[in-house]
Design a protein. Sequence first.
Length: 189
Amino acid sequence: MRAETRKDEIVKTSAKLFKEKGYSAVTMRDIAKAMGIKAASLYNHISSKQDILIAIIIALAEEFTAGMGTIKKAKANSLEKLEQIVALHVDITSRNTDGMASLNNDWMHLEEQQQYYLKLRLDYEDDFRNVIQEGIKNKEIIEANAEIMLFSMLSTLRSLYLWIPKKEDLEAEKLGTELSKVLINGINP
């Protein structure tokens, strides 16, 4: 594991402030104050608030994309792949709840990187949808509307950043397993 750089500290602090106040309400001065440095010092490490947002959102989107790429290649059935997708979301979110808030709430503030982000997001959703459709086709998953299944699962997974911080004794692996049971198998006995 590499040592955290000053830029990493800036990104982490900014993500927390963006989650608390929203991207638009946070200034470079706010970030500097939260770090205990002068605003001018920030510019030695990062050129703008936009660059911070890009660092947060694009890194997470690329991490999800890489994880989905691994899942797609796995020699596993559709249910196992869905379990892996749930585990991917739990893992990334539990390590970066503040960044996930920006990914979900502030992506529309991306400027030149917005199209790239949207492509990553849409490709990820298409891959997720394909796993569900393959499961339906192979009779591993009930025959139902794949869009509703995708919406239901993604809505829950995308909102984990709100729920996880409230759970002090969270074990990400256990949460992934339990959440998979509910999202994939339902609540019927």
